[in-house]
Design a protein around this ligand. Structure first.
Ligand SMILES: [Zn+2]
Ligand SMILES: [Zn+2]
Length: 296
């Protein structure tokens, strides 16, 4: 299906955390305390994702804040983040992640693999579950506690097989040392309402970040050939990832920062995704687009 950049869609950008634990499972703070933290640091929405506990969505009286339904499920060798379901799947289904993810979809929700690097999930285990929409490319707690928060290689290897997977940045906070805003998604939606956020996530109309902002991403032509224009907050590099090794990195001049890049795209790349890295090493990730959609 022809790609439409989320940056050209009507609506607004909403910032959210899709992975958080509370006293309902192994977190240190109550759901009320955790949601109060994210509201206080400028988020628009979040999901409370306790282990095998279903937490339904809520909406503030003035509509300026929502939570969306969430849970974190697991079985042998995987953790699965779910949002937007109408309830919790039967735990017996966890023996097969493909069956569990299909049940999540049947319940109206979205399934993502949490922290593949931390779990030891290699790319081949990410591509055999059709109903799984994406992975956490960044998990804040896995990075801070054991250095296993970034799952870029697993993501690219899976994408190279032709499997579309979106990339989430999340916190996975349990409250040790206090809750922190480490990674988030920026969702392009028509309104701050659970159904609209879930549909935007389902279509990939979001980007992820643990620091910088992407401010535009669209298809253009350069010297008569297709190219992607990327705009972002000041960064030291903008990188196009593609089927290996056909990507390209644009570096800022020594001591400087850049806020845009134009990167050529061609069918042999098979898919492209963009990373913008700021001067402190923090990153914003676009979702991948496959060439049959981009150059349709
Ligand atoms: Zn987990
Ligand atoms: Zn978790």
């Amino acid at each position: 299906m022809a790609w439409t950049s989320p940056f050209s869609l009507p609506g607004a950008w909403y910032r959210g955390n899709l992975h958080a634990h509370t006293t309902q499972s192994d977190g240190l703070f109550s759901p009320e305390e955790v949601t109060a933290f994210y509201r206080s640091v400028g988020y628009d929405f979040m999901a409370i994702t306790d282990h095998w506990v279903y937490t339904a969505g809520t909406r503030s009286a003035d509509g300026s804040w929502i939570t969306i339904a969430g849970s974190e499920l697991h079985g042998e060798g995987y953790h699965m983040l779910t949002v937007g379901t109408s309830g919790l799947p039967d735990r017996a289904l966890a023996a097969d992640p493909a069956v569990l993810a299909a049940e999540v979809a049947r319940l109206g929700g979205l399934a993502f693999y949490a922290h593949p690097y931390w779990t030891g999930q290699t790319y081949d285990k990410l591509v055999t579950t059709p109903a799984v929409l994406g992975i956490e490319v960044y998990n804040g707690v896995c990075d801070q506690e054991v250095g296993l928060g970034y799952s870029r290689n697993e993501w690219d290897e899976a994408l190279c097989t032709g499997k579309q997977l979106y990339g989430l940045a999340t916190d996975d906070g349990h409250g040790g040392g206090g809750h922190k805003a480490l990674g988030w998604v920026m969702v392009r939606a028509t309104e701050l309402e659970e159904g609209a956020i879930i549909e935007a996530l389902r279509k990939g109309n979001f980007y992820s970040s643990n620091g910088p902002a992407i401010t535009d991403l669209r298809l253009t032509r350069q010297d008569g050939k297709p190219a992607l224009v990327v705009r972002c907050s000041p960064c030291r590099s903008i990188t196009l990832y593609a089927a290996m090794p056909m990507g390209r990195r644009i570096n800022a001049p020594e001591g400087g920062l850049i806020t845009s890049a134009v990167l050529g795209v061609f069918p042999e790349q098979r898919f492209v995704r963009v990373e913008c890295e700021d001067a402190t090493g923090h990153v914003a990730w676009s979702n991948p687009v496959f060439m049959e959609d981009l150059l349709d």
